[in-house]
Design a protein around this ligand. Structure first.
Ligand code: BGC
Length: 374
């Protein structure tokens, strides 16, 4: 079962890479790369049983590159928007260990402390030091243009991660021959999966049977497209599934657990029994909301639903026991490995795609139990 799941995940990822390849303008050898990736991924999925599914899924991207021997021992500068973020902590730890083990890289990671000015200075310092490549999780996606130009001036390739720049900026890299790429996931998919999780419950999110799903939305940083899309597409999925919706509450919790708890507590106090579903743009905030729900004497699955995104270990445990309705795996392993592999390809002088996306995976009580057991 695990092998089959791993294979499916791997192939899904290969196909999403193939889709990106055909959509891009700057591509080189997308078709043969994809074939090679598919073959190797199949082999990887068949021969490994112990590795986590998402790790195997990542093998597909690893195989997608050409010869990266020139990247061995590369010097990598990594900027993270802030260290105090649950998901980006997992991401950066995996990124560092993979860069070191696969490429013998020297990796320096700095904390942007959620301050774009500070982070722009950090980028400048890396440029002055002459790193071979930069991996960048910007504080503000809207600063991508400025940072991409700094890297271009210095002749240093840039791999932007996690916070997707707008399409016009990505097109500019193509038009102006800027050595930059984006590695992330399509946040619309994660929102859709959240909505579907609610649709798959026995009452489709409508506990009081009035034909309307009355919900609260706890958002991440709204500057971030992940927050915008998850907010929009979770509700769109409910509507596409034939449900009427009523937004009772929507506020920004900035991806933060404590804020998630406070906001959920406010929504529960304000709307009481009328509140049927709490959507959180990520798991950190959902973990906070879970505490608030319990403190308010409400019971997930019995009189309210709660969903998040990321599949943090803690949240997967809650989903397995039924105290959180569901979450969506945001594959930090696949994304960090892809970012590292693409960085190595750029350092080796290869032309790469302008965008790589790794699929999200829905996590419900059934699949969470399996994940938690592993
Ligand atoms: C994750 C959040 C994280 C954010 C940081 C999102 O993709 O789901 O948990 O806080 O990225 O930018």
């Amino acid at each position: 079962m695990k092998r089959i799941l791993a294979l499916v995940l791997s192939l899904v990822m290969v196909f999403s890479l193939a889709a990106c390849s055909s959509g891009g303008d700057t591509e080189t050898t997308a078709a043969p790369e994809t074939t090679a990736a598919a073959e190797e991924t199949t082999a990887a999925a068949e021969e490994t049983t112990a590795a986590a599914d998402e790790t195997e899924a990542a093998e597909g991207t690893e195989a997608a590159g050409g010869d990266t021997s020139a990247a061995q021992g590369m010097n990598v500068g990594v900027c993270i928007y802030k260290f105090d973020d649950n998901f980006m902590t997992l991401y950066r730890q995996e990124l560092q260990s993979y860069l070191e083990s696969e490429y013998g890289a020297t990796v320096t990671i700095v904390d942007g402390k959620n301050d774009q000015n500070e982070q722009t200075n950090q980028v400048q310092n890396f440029i002055t030091q002459g790193v071979d490549v930069l991996i960048l999780n910007l504080v503000q996606a809207s600063s991508t243009e400025v940072v991409a130009n700094m890297c271009k001036e210095a002749g240093i390739p840039a791999v932007f991660i996690n916070r997707e720049p707008d399409e016009a900026e990505i097109q500019r890299w193509v038009d102006e021959g800027i050595a930059a790429t984006y590695v992330g996931a399509d946040a619309r998919q994660s929102g859709t999966f959240q909505g579907e999780i609610i649709l798959e419950t026995e009452n489709k999110g409508d506990f009081n049977g009035d034909g309307v799903v009355s919900y609260a939305m706890i958002m991440g940083d709204p500057e971030n497209i992940d927050a915008q899309y998850r907010t929009e597409y979770s509700i769109k999925a409910l509507e596409d599934g034939g449900m009427q919706v009523e937004k009772l509450f929507e506020q920004r919790g900035d991806w933060d657990q404590t804020k998630g708890q406070e906001l959920a507590a406010n929504a529960l106090t304000q709307y009481g029994e009328d509140l049927e579903v709490i959507f959180c743009n990520n798991d950190a905030m959902a973990n906070g909301a879970k505490v608030a729900i319990e403190a308010a004497g409400r019971v997930v699955g019995e009189d309210i639903y709660l969903v998040g995104v990321d599949a943090l270990d803690e949240t997967v445990g809650y989903v397995a026991e039924g105290t959180v309705t569901g979450t969506v795996l945001n594959d930090h392993v696949g994304q960090s490995h892809t970012a590292a592999d693409v960085a190595a390809q750029m350092v080796s002088g290869q032309t790469v795609e302008t965008k790589y996306t790794v699929d999200y995976v829905k996590v419900t009580q059934e699949t969470a139990a399996e994940m938690a057991a592993e």
